[in-house]
Ligand binder design. Sequence first.
Ligand SMILES: [Zn+2]
Length: 255
Amino acid sequence: MSVHEQFAEDLALLALGSLQGDQRAAVEQHLAGCPSCRRELEQLRGDMSLLALSTAGPKPPARAKERLMSAIANQPRAQRSESPPVPWWAVLGWAAAAAMIIMVALLWQQNQTLEQHVANLSAELKQQQAELANAREVVATLTRPDAVVTVVTANTRPQPQGKAFYVRDQARLVFIASNLPQLPPQKAYELWLIPANGKAPVPAGVFKPDVRGSAAVINPPLPVGVEPKAFAMTIEPEQGSSTPTMPIVMVGAGE
Ligand SMILES: [Zn+2]
């Protein structure tokens, strides 16, 4: 028996990570000076991972399993002449190692599934972030007071006007106004959603225009699903009112 064969079982144990103490130190010392045992160890480690994968895959690589099992089986026979029989706890050690391999395989499978989930989620997130960035840009453009230019007939004074962008089933509202007359002190404009069903006007945001008369209301709190007959604007106290104060200064119905 060559000096390398002496280490064959220890190599298998080392590959499984269950060799400890003096035995391990002795094997590692031998490995440091023996390329052929290092190759054997690498091969055993490769076999071990193949074996782990094989319980998850459709075709177990029989050769890897054979190699590993014969590496394990051969050595006790060779040692029988000099060493005492393999004690019962050594068998238990192999059972534990086998259980470990199966567990590793299951964890690996689970990990693959989780990784797929994470990949899907991150793709979805990227898509949503891109959509959000686009939406933000559009809103930023629409709501910059200095970006609003009203095109009117030459020699006509720009008229006050407002546009409401309303998504009923999500209760989303963006209202943009331009050329609004300046307000008296302690007053503000208030926007109203006038329901088609004849119910009371719903407050849809209190706002003041800037020095150019531009203003924007973005997503004021609104009940979901109100069918609008029109949007209207009144002048109210700064804190807003719960019912519109006449007269209505601007009104517009949907097309
Ligand atoms: Zn060797």
